[in-house]
Structure formats: structure tokens, C-alpha cells
Design a protein around this ligand. Structure first.
Ligand code: SF4
Length: 241
């Protein structure tokens, strides 16, 4: 099977299993920039909890830009590296107010001018908040794609560069939406190939195909966790309306 066909088939299969979209896709672009910034080295569940608290108090760039950094810190103190993230959130809110009239830019070039926002964050925001096509390589995408054998890359940047020409444009969003939950539930660091719906399309040499005794429980648990995240996301979304 040629690579392009393999990619499309893999994404189509994964889309059937993970139709829920990104758990940090809150809708509101400002909330989404903050959510993705908070998510570095932090579980999405913790991010969603902190986001709810933070946006209850400071729902707009203007309000956030006037907040004291210590107050932001208190609201996100369950998050890894919360002190530096609080500074970034204040800084990017100020920049949005001063240079972008309080509106989050909808281009990579604009987004990366915001403090704390790198290319990966910008790509996730473009896909999730603006419905644009982009490829964001996070730790899950990086691990899963290397195993699937679509490309071999040593860094997320190298992977993004190599994926852009080989993944059909209309599949970029699917890649972001499916690989993250798939990497969280099945293609985890010690992969659960015994439950993998795309094992026949994967080139990973050391497949772990023997199910453990509690296989059913493990998969049920992973599904419940994913569902809980989607419910939490939808609650935060409602709060933003
Ligand atoms: S077969 Fe295993 S390594 Fe390959 S994608 Fe599935 S879970 Fe990951």
C-alpha cells in the first residue's frame, strides 16, 4: 500500500474511534490560547479545571491584562510551572489589548508574536479556534507518527516539516483530533497494540500484541477518562458563552 493511502486509511479509522474533537477546543480563541499555554507539561484535566476558575474571574484580554500576576497564579496553582505561565498569560493579554485591539490573530505569524506562544501552540489554536488547517506536533503525535512509520523525525519541528507535504490537506484536522486521544488511550508509551484498530497499518517493530489479564478494564477506563475530559471541555465551553 502506498504511503498516502495508508495515511488516509489510518486517519479514517481513527476518526471513527475518536469523533469528539480536541479536549482543549473551547471555541473562544483567547481561552484556547490560554488553555494550550497552560497544557505544557500538564494533564488536560488540570488545565480545564484551572481554565474554568480563571475565566470566571477574567473572561477577556482586557480584564486579564489588568489582573495582578499573583492573582492569576493563585487561580492556576494546580498547573505545572504556574508562575511562569501566569506571567505569560498577563503578558499576552497586554499585547493583545495594546497591539491587536483585544482580538486574537488568526495567523501563525501573528500568534507567535504573543508571549509564551510557540509554533505548536499557534497551530493548535488555528485548528481548534479558527477551523484552519494546520499540523500541530505534540508529544502524542510525535510518538504515534514515528511508530506508524509515516516519517522518521528526531524533533517535533522536523516531523511537522516532513508531514506537511505527505498528509493531504483535508486530513490535517483529523490528524490533530485523533492522534492525541489515541496516544493517550492506546498508543501510550508502553503501547497497547493488542487493542489497536490500526495495528495492520503500523510499522512499529516491537508491537505489544498480547493482551494483559485486565485488558477489558484498561480499555474501559481509558474510554471513561476520555469521555470525562470531553464533558469537562463542554462545561467550560458553556461558561464562555
Ligand atoms: S500497533 Fe501499537 S505501536 Fe502501532 S499504532 Fe497501534 S498501538 Fe501504536
Amino acid at each position: 500500500m502506498v504511503l498516502s493511502e495508508k495515511i488516509v486509511r489510518t486517519l479514517k479509522t481513527l476518526r471513527r474511534h475518536y469523533p469528539g474533537g480536541g479536549v482543549l477546543e473551547i471555541g473562544d480563541p483567547f481561552a484556547m490560547v490560554v488553555a494550550v499555554l497552560l497544557s505544557a507539561r500538564t494533564k488536560d484535566e488540570q488545565v480545564l479545571k484551572a481554565l474554568g476558575r480563571l475565566f470566571q474571574k477574567y473572561p477577556t484580554p482586557t480584564k486579564m491584562a489588568k489582573a495582578r500576576v499573583e492573582n492569576i497564579e493563585k487561580l492556576i496553582s494546580n498547573i505545572g510551572l504556574y508562575k511562569s505561565k501566569a506571567k505569560y498569560i498577563r503578558g499576552l493579554s497586554e499585547k493583545l489589548v495594546e497591539e491587536y485591539a483585544g482580538v486574537v490573530p488568526d495567523t501563525i505569524d501573528g500568534l507567535v508574536t504573543l508571549p509564551g506562544v510557540g509554533r505548536k501552540t499557534a497551530s493548535v489554536v488555528l485548528v481548534g479556534a479558527f477551523g484552519k488547517q494546520a499540523i500541530a506536533v505534540d508529544t502524542h503525535v510525535f510518538r504515534v507518527v514515528n511508530r506508524l512509520g509515516w516519517v522518521k523525525a528526531k524533533t517535533p519541528e522536523e516531523m511537522e516539516r516532513k508531514l506537511l507535504p505527505i498528509v493531504p490537506n483535508e486530513n490535517w484536522r483529523d490528524l490533530n483530533h485523533t492522534m492525541v486521544p489515541f496516544g493517550r488511550a492506546i498508543c501510550v508509551p508502553n503501547p497497547r497494540c493488542w487493542a489497536c484498530p490500526v495495528a495492520d497499518l503500523c510499522e512499529f517493530k516491537k508491537k505489544n500484541l498480547v493482551p494483559p489479564k485486565n485488558a477489558v478494564g484498561i480499555i474501559e477506563d481509558a474510554k471513561k477518562k476520555e469521555q470525562t475530559l470531553l464533558v469537562m471541555r463542554d462545561e467550560v465551553k458553556k461558561q464562555m458563552v
